[in-house]
Design a protein around this ligand. Structure first.
Ligand SMILES: NC(=O)c1ccc[n+]([C@@H]2O[C@H](COP(=O)([O-])OP(=O)(O)OC[C@H]3O[C@@H](n4cnc5c(N)ncnc54)[C@H](OP(=O)(O)O)[C@@H]3O)[C@@H](O)[C@H]2O)c1
Length: 264
């Protein structure tokens, strides 16, 4: 999506993939700066290491606990997180709603992506939040952290992924976010009990699979619920990266077309 964006804006630059060994992010960033790179996207497993080695850390990246975008200006490394703001934009696009007006259930809230969505949702003033995780005990530190981000008026509930627990939470929820890795494989077991979605729910599956819709998205289609998959987040977090690098609006439609072409 970035090469079509560069082309659409007439910018003479290229987006390339570089594989960096774990533990060598600092050395890689120094090399990128020396070689005249303008910026970098950082993905699994480097987002946490990147946070430690930038010169300037954006306050939101600090709160979200990870850096996925680097802008290199005058040799200095500026670290950002575009997953959180990308989530807000993609929810607006997919569901026509602002996170501040929504009640959310986050499946896999204790993972890296789930935690970022939870923190961003609280910072945006969401109405109500349910945090669910396979290992429920892992939610305790996040719950403490979130308590420091709001004035006490937000009700945050937690539960496991056990079907009966989830079914009890669903009537009070607008959007269900899947931030677990379930759905990446075609034979993954369903996350939600069959028949528990209604057409009033929105389903946001952060997973994207080239081979076709995930089980969760299929369940949403069957329930006539609005839905979005991980491509939507990929697009919007990428657009925000572009804005950090070039200080101009991203050519969103060129990027969307590039993503769709790459998907085949
Ligand atoms: N679209 C995008 O741009 C985008 C961006 C970021 C992430 N993602 C996707 O989000 C997903 C999570 O990524 P991450 O970086 O947060 O990974 P992570 O930190 O490893 O977290 C994984 C989460 O999935 C849960 N999980 C794993 N296997 C499970 C299973 N069999 N049943 C139920 N829960 C299970 C884990 O629960 P436990 O705590 O119990 O282990 C944990 O909550 C991945 O699929 C990734 O591709 C997409």
């Amino acid at each position: 999506m970035h090469n079509p964006a560069l082309q659409a804006c007439g910018i003479e630059a290229q987006y390339v993939r570089v594989q960096v060994p774990v533990g060598q992010v600092k050395q890689a960033f120094a090399l990128f700066a020396k070689q005249g790179f303008l910026g970098v996207n950082i993905t699994i497993p480097h987002k946490f290491e990147a946070l430690e080695v930038v010169d300037e850390l954006d306050p939101l990246a600090r709160q979200l606990g990870a850096v996925n975008t680097l802008a290199i200006r005058d040799g200095r490394l500026h670290g950002y997180n575009t997953d959180g703001p990308g989530f807000l934009r993609s929810v607006k696009e997919a569901f026509g709603a602002e996170v501040k007006d929504l009640s959310l259930l986050i499946l896999g809230a204790a993972g890296g992506a789930g935690r970022a969505v939870a923190v961003q949702s609280v910072l945006s003033g969401c109405r109500h939040l349910v945090l669910a995780n396979r290992t429920e005990s892992k939610l305790a530190p996040l719950l403490t952290e979130l308590a420091g981000l709001h004035d006490g008026s937000l009700a945050v509930k937690t539960c496991s992924l056990e079907p009966n627990n989830l079914a009890q939470m669903l009537p009070d929820v607008d959007i269900i976010v899947n931030a677990t890795s379930v759905g990446m494989k075609a034979d993954d077991a369903p996350l939600l009990p069959v028949g528990c979605l209604t057409k009033n729910h929105g389903v946001y599956d952060m997973v994207y699979r080239a081979s076709g819709p995930t089980d969760l998205i299929t369940q949403a289609i069957q329930a006539e619920a609005r839905h979005a998959d991980g491509m939507c987040l990929l697009l919007h977090q990428g657009a925000i990266s572009f804005e950090h690098w070039f200080n101009r609006p991203a050519p969103l439609e060129a990027m969307r077309a590039g993503l769709m072409a790459a998907q085949g």
